[in-house]
Structure formats: structure tokens, C-alpha cells
Design a protein around this ligand. Sequence first.
Ligand code: NAD
Length: 334
Amino acid sequence: MSEILGAAVIGLGMMGQRHARIWAELPGTRLVSVHDLDAQLTAQAAQAYDVVGAASLQEALGAPGVDMVSVCTDDRYHLEPCVAAAQAGKHVLVEKPLALNLADADAIIAACHGAGVTLMVGHVVRFDPRYQAAKQAIDAGEVGDIIHVYGRRNNILASGRRICGRTSVAFFLGSHDLDLMRWFVGAEVVRVYAESSRKALADVGADDTIYTLLKYDNGAVGCLETCWAIPEGVPNTLDARLEVIGTAGRVAVRVGDESLEIASQDRARRPDIAYGPIVCDLQHGALRTQLEHFADCVRTGCPPLISPSDARAAVELCVAIHQSLDAGMPVALR
Ligand SMILES: NC(=O)c1ccc[n+]([C@@H]2O[C@H](COP(=O)([O-])OP(=O)(O)OC[C@H]3O[C@@H](n4cnc5c(N)ncnc54)[C@H](O)[C@@H]3O)[C@@H](O)[C@H]2O)c1
């Protein structure tokens, strides 16, 4: 493996374009090849970065110099590119959630394990300095024994309309916080109970909101609010919270009230300054940190911050949420 790691990006939608840009911009990596089922997206990215615009997954993986692959296809289609990348001996960074069911999650984990390649799932919020600082405070004992954890991740309706045909609000948004809450509490969930509401997206048969109650095996309780139907007029497209109350203290993360607001005559907006801000013409923020971390793990062989079993646990919890919604009752996990 050369000093500069080569990356392929599969899936060139919103997230894939960001991965491609960061691999091209990081000093220790380079973008080698790109592929999307949409040939126009492939051609545009190939031209923008002067890299191989592959007509197939195999062509992208086989381009000379590819060490690792970002899989940025939509939630339903992570299995095939992840398994193919592993079988080709490439390290795999796949966007969250790992999969929409446990069979796919296990097949991806097994393929990467069998091939001896690094697998990391892009639970990017773990790389947001606010959540990192909260975790450090918890680990330092400032909160004491955790009593409860509350998570919220709400998006505007345009996000729900764009995505809802291919995944659910639990998988698309909730998987972030289910991972964070488990990371913070340091315990496994033993019981899940979910209720949903379906009004704004009823025409397409999708839930607007899912509320979930969780019981952890250390006695703590959790409550998760996920919604992708907040009105377009709000200034911030993402409204997220994470609050932990313990016997000795509390930590609270608030995302969405960022200290930058830009207003026109009819609307104010608070642009993202945490996950992908452009600084000096380079993409910075938590996504860049995540990709840098993954490349470091590939280079050094160190285990990634998000282990395969962490990513599997998030999938398991999303599956349990849907089982609870279908059954109308709590679901026991272990
Ligand atoms: N980390 C985050 O904050 C975050 C934010 C948004 C989305 N995501 C995740 O990123 C992934 C991509 O989301 P997006 O919003 O970029 O989706 P998108 O719909 O904008 O892009 C997906 C792209 O994948 C392509 N594609 C689908 N199947 C393919 C295949 N088999 N081979 C090649 N290309 C294929 C599609 O043509 C499309 O261009 C999803 O898993 C999503 O949950 C993560």
C-alpha cells in the first residue's frame, strides 16, 4: 500500500459527492475512481476530479491504486457494493445505516471479516466535536450513573419527501441517535416500544414521526424522537438534541441553534457549520474528520471508532422499532 491511499466512491448522490470531494482534498488520500448507476453523475464527478468514471462497480473497484471504497448508495443498496469491495480486498467505509435488515448487515460484516479488510459505518455524528465532548464528560464520570438519555433528530419535510420511498425515518435519522445513545449509556437495549404518526407523508404511506422508548440493561431508560416533517419555514433544516441525566450531572448537546444566521427579506436560514462547511475552498467539518479517521485506521490497522458490532446494534434497534410498530407492543431484545 502506498503512502497516499486511493479511494473509490460508489453512489454519487448528496453524500457520495461529498466523500469524493474529501478524498480528493485530503493530503493523505486521493480519489481514484467513481461509479453511479446514473452515468451522468459518474461522468460529472470523473470530469470534476479527473479520475476514472467507471461504467460498473467492478470497473471502479479494479481501477489501479484503489485501496478503500466509500459506499454511498441509498440505504437499500449497501450489500452488493460492500461485499464486492471486500471480496476485491478493499477497505470499506459505508454510509449509515449499515443495512435495512440484519441478514444484509451480517453478510457485509462477514465479507469484510473474511477478507481481512477494515469496515466502518459512517455514523458521522460521533465525529461532531459537541458529541465527542459530551462522551468525554460521561467517560470522566461527570454525569455519574446514567438515569436517562433523550435523543431528537428532526428534519424538514423536503428531506422526508426526498427519502421516504427508500427507507424509514427510524433508519435514516434514528440510526444516528440509537448509535449515540448506546455509545453514551454504555449498555445494551433490552426492550423497545415505538409509536408513530403519519399525516404529512400519509399520501406516500410513510411515517412522519416515530417516538421510541428504550430500556437499557444497566437500568437506564431512553427516549428518541425522530421526525422528517418539520415545516420548510424553519431556519435550520436539522434540529437535534441529546441529553443525558445521571446521578452526578447532566450533559446536553443542541444542534440547530448554530451561531450563524443569514436572513433575506422573507426567510432566515442557519447553514450547516458542523458537518460539511467550506473553509478556504476545502470541505471541513465532521464528515472530513470521519474520512480522515477511516484512512488512519486503514493505514495503521487500528480499529475504527465505530465497530461493526456498533453498526449492527443500530440496525438491530431500527428493526426492533419497526417490529414494535407492527405489533403495537414492546419488543424484547435479549
Ligand atoms: N451521514 C449523514 O449525515 C448522511 C446524510 C444523508 C444521507 N446519508 C446516507 O448516505 C447514503 C446515500 O444517501 P444520499 O442522500 O447521498 O442518497 P442519494 O439518493 O442522493 O444518492 C444515492 C446515489 O446512489 C446511486 N446508486 C444507487 N444504487 C447504486 C448502485 N448499486 N451502484 C451505484 N450507484 C447506485 C443512485 O443512483 C444515487 O445517485 C444513504 O445510506 C443515506 O442514509 C448519510
